[in-house]
Design a binder for this molecule. Sequence first.
Ligand SMILES: *Cc1c(COP(=O)(O)O)cnc(C)c1O
Length: 470
Amino acid sequence: MEERTKSRLRKLPKIDELMLLLEKRDLVRQMPREFVREACRTAVDDLRRRILAADAEEAFSVPDLRTVADGVEERLADLRSPRLKRVVNATGVILHTNLGRAPLSREAVRRVAEVAGGYSNLEFDLEKGERGLRYDHVRDLLLVLTGAEEALVVNNNAAAVLLVLNTLAEGREAIVSRGELVEIGGEFRIPEVMEKSGVRLREVGSTNRTRLGDYERAVTEQTGMILKVHTSNFRILGFTEEVGISDLVALGGRAGIPVMHDLGSGCLIDLTPYGLEHEPTVREVVASGADVVTFSGDKLLGGPQAGIILGRRESLEQIRRNPLNRALRIDKLTLAALEATLAAYLEPDRALQEIRVLKSLTETLDAVRKRARRLMTLVRRSGLEGITLVLRSGVAMAGGGSLPARDIPTWLVGVKMAGLSPSSLGERLRRLPLPVVVRIADEEVLFDVRTLDESDLHAVRDALRTVSAT
Ligand SMILES: *Cc1c(COP(=O)(O)O)cnc(C)c1O
């Protein structure tokens, strides 16, 4: 080892010396010593790594004791402030997977807070005074809203798919079209989930065309299920053919094999009157007679992360009793939010107003434009200097693997700030205590107003004010 490096390592602060300094500071005095010692150790280890990584010739000065102690104190202080926090979504991606997908309605938030802060009848039948089922809180709503015979909810839709496959087809084959072997994102690929569920994949047809005959020929003694998967985040266009769920249900009936449809997003309201692409509603799919239908709680439904399983009574009873269900079960906060979200759908007009995802998707372009104008007025009135605002038309996106083929028209406010590149403006907005996440295109920061609600407008104005003042 180079002499320079050795001498730098000798200058590393000692843990005990750091502790002596830190124990005099208020923030640290209340914390158990092990926590502080651990933080000191991490800081010194980091420093040692940096010294070893640095070239001996490079200028590198080992910080003094006080500086390292300040760093440790800052890190401990940081732990107290939330890392998971609200952000303002100005990207125009309505179901933004990285920004927490669907924001809950006000009522759903209220119900979560109410249930979270106390005891609840989660698994207690208040009428009979005996043990109840957690699923019962949303069951009746789901049956009314979808026409299904029975309903069950789990942690998310990936869990729903895993659980259904494992219950109904473990050790046997599930027939799936090659055009539907989708990857939903990162770790969710249909073939891999199947393998984990103990079901063998029996691919049929080709990427772009699969016919009923392909399914028919694949049915053997080994077949445990016919599975149809919504392609969610992509479309195959051109020379294509797929088999509708009704034909698969008929085939399943003839062969005595259950048919499952993983709908992915699962829409309860027909959105075509609002200019959106036709998506069969959950009710339509249930009516087609599929034995099991699964979809997410936090995609087009606009509620909390959850997996909803609908279908025939016998199948669902089997699924509920699968020990895997215990590992994938839904928690009480999710249930509270899901119940409130579903209840809003009893009055579809109310759902379109209260459920933010639906509101963002269906709001008229004119209403978006008016809000964009209000944002511009708010910012202009705050008298910021060196800022230019432009109103632009553009396209927003549904995101979250739903309605991929349809552009949603929107209005954006383009912002330029003198002396700040768009990427530094974007970065500063992201680093605020209430971060604002924007789009950047053509040397301009863009605020897509379709994903901003009225109260976000003030937050954006304040964010721009703070950035311009620093
Ligand atoms: C999104 C999606 C899933 C996974 O749902 P999560 O709620 O994210 O677990 C599964 N299947 C399809 C078809 C999907 O679109």
